[in-house]
Design a protein around this ligand. Structure first.
Ligand code: AMP
Length: 560
């Protein structure tokens, strides 16, 4: 099945092609046609199943960009999820002209939100408390709302937003279409859907339940940014023969294969864009041992049967259990045992239980191999190389005299000569990794725990609690604009680090940070002194002058 089979239009299809999705995930295949047909939907789905696209695509496909008041509202439990959903909308809207998406959450100054709302937005993605605030103030007009999405509904209820959500459901036009997504279906959600949704189509993704008992399944909690690092450590420490690395998109397969080749592995990518003859050739190379690692999308690896595959690594965890089962079925062939390792981002943790339930087999959590683990295997491999070379007796005989001559004439112990030759054999790269300090290791684990949010100071984590508790600080903050954004690969911690160091600010001075494609918005205490601004005026992040200034909310400032 393809995305165009689901009835989506060209603009959206083009964006999907850009991002490299090959086929709809199970939840998308079931939800998109129902939403396009105008049905209300209740979807039982976890993060990681592709649910965001499942609701975002039908909205974008039917959006009327000429309507000035908001047409779509997505309610999400946390600021972090709201921002992720906004990013997803922006990505899928790349070929729909003039679409404006606005994130609205507590902890962010009202100014930013108000001016964007005044200018007109099509899609609002927000946390329930702040949406209610805007409704009460009369600054958000939902009288012409056509689409309402409740994302992670069970989480919203857990966080105490039940009343706010119901108020929004009741106070928006009865004619709107509602899509509710939830990982679980507690009675409160069932009741809510019976009361506010019209004859909803209930969608649960069916799961296939056979995995080979001969495949040992493990998972590693890792943030998105750490995945390549984690993969290289696994490649170093696991005893693998052939490996398939699964990624979600075509572009990711290329990127991962390229990075592995740069690190000296024989790796190649196969995906739906790779022509059939090339694909066959690549698979044959894997079979014959010319190639060790194949980086593939689900589609490209369908039906692959290569005995040499000892390991499957899910670089991106599958969007549904059926594809998980299919993927790990690529190893443990012909009665051999196999290994499957899945990278799971902290937000995707819930998928582990879903997979365990569906496959009725446990997944064991593994730890990232330490520098010591890596070094032990490097030393063992080095020993193996020496042993193997000693086996080449004729060639060894040929060199014995050369070495003996050197030792006699230079008066150097034989072990030093052997060590010098090891340096020659090793080349420029060091044999061993620097051992990590306990602190670095903890840092890695903390980062994985904070996941895709990156390493931010505690204040930002606090911001993710329901917003009603954070209002007091808002009045004293102002939004500043700096000229570095996603395109400059900037992360919140770099912004905090640079501004704190050079502007003499303390961590507690930072409010919300939004990283946009070309610039970022940072909440800082209102009325920063001229001397602070002067100090910051020649600050650089990633080599670029940040050109800090108070955000005026001008037309180019926050088009989202
Ligand atoms: P979600 O469950 O919406 O958080 O999506 C999980 C991840 O899957 C996101 O990184 C999406 O970009 C990705 N994704 C969603 N749909 C597809 C698809 N059809 N093919 C490949 N990746 C997808």
């Amino acid at each position: 099945m393809t995305f165009s089979d689901l009835g989506l239009g060209d603009a959206v299809l083009k964006a999907l092609d850009d991002v490299g999705y090959e086929t709809p995930s199970a939840i998308q295949a079931a939800t998109i046609p129902a939403l396009l047909a105008g049905r209300d939907v209740v979807g039982l789905a976890q993060t990681g199943t592709g649910k965001t696209a499942a609701f975002a695509l039908p909205i974008l496909d039917r959006l009327d960009v000429s309507q000035k008041t908001p047409q779509a509202l997505v309610l999400a439990p946390t600021r972090e999820l709201a921002l992720q959903v906004c990013e997803a909308f922006e990505k899928y809207a790349a070929h729909v002209r003039g679409v404006h998406v606005l994130p609205v959450y507590g902890g962010q100054g009202y100014g930013v939100q108000l001016s964007a709302l005044r200018r007109g937005v099509h899609i609002v993605v927000g946390t329930p408390g702040r949406i209610i605030d805007h409704l009460e103030k009369g600054t958000l007009d939902l009288s012409e709302l056509k689409y309402l999405v409740l994302d992670e509904a069970d989480e919203m209820l857990k966080m105490g937003f039940a009343e706010d959500v119901e108020t929004i459901l009741a106070d928006t036009p009865a004619t709107k279409q509602v899509a509710l997504f939830s990982a679980t279906m507690p009675t409160a959600i069932r009741r809510m859907s019976q009361q506010y949704l019209h004859d909803p189509e209930e969608i649960t993704v069916k799961t296939k339940t056979t995995t080979s008992a001969t495949t040992a399944q493990r998972y590693l909690i890792v943030s998105h940014q750490q995945k390549i690092d984690a993969l290289t450590r696994i490649l170093e420490t696991e005893n693998f023969e052939g490996m398939i690395v699964f990624a979600r998109t075509k572009s990711a397969t290329e990127e991962i294969a390229e990075k592995l080749r740069a690190r000296g592995y024989s790796a190649a990518a196969i995906n739906g864009d790779v022509a059939q003859p090339v694909r066959e050739k690549t698979v044959n190379q894997l079979k014959s041992g010319k190639l060790d690692i194949l980086v593939a999308t689900d589609v490209a690896a369908r039906g692959l049967d290569v005995e040499r595959i000892s390991h499957v690594v899910n670089f991106d965890i599958s969007t549904d259990t059926e594809s998980y089962v299919h993927r790990i079925g690529r190893t443990g062939r012909a009665g051999r045992s196999g290994d499957a390792i899945s990278f799971v981002t902290p937000r995707e943790r819930g998928l582990v239980t879903v997979i365990e339930r569906a496959t009725r087999q446990p997944l064991t959590q593994m730890q990232l191999p330490t520098a010591d683990d890596v070094n032990l295997t490097r030393l063992a491999r080095f020993d193996d190389r020496i042993t193997a070379a000693l086996g080449q007796t004729e060639r060894i005989d040929g060199f014995r005299d050369v070495i003996a001559h050197y030792v006699r004439h230079h008066d150097v112990p034989e072990v030093d000569v052997a060590a010098a030759l090891a340096v020659v054999a090793q080349g420029e790269s060091p044999l061993l990794l620097e051992p990590e300090t306990e602190q670095q290791r903890r840092g890695f684990e903390d980062r994985a725990d904070r996941g895709d949010r990156g390493a931010r100071p505690g204040r930002f984590d606090r911001d993710e609690r329901p917003e009603r508790r954070q209002r007091p600080s808002n009045g004293r903050m102002a939004t500043y604009r700096i000229a570095v954004g996603k395109r400059h690969r900037v992360e919140p911690r770099q912004i905090v680090g640079a501004l704190a160091n050079e502007g003499g600010l303390s961590r507690g001075d930072f409010g919300a940070i939004q990283i946009r494609p070309d610039f970022s918005l940072v909440e800082l205490p209102a009325g920063l002194s001229q001397s602070t601004l002067d100090r910051l005026s020649d600050t650089r992040i990633s080599g670029k002058l940040i050109e800090i200034r108070l955000d005026t909310g001008g037309p180019s400032a926050r088009r989202t």
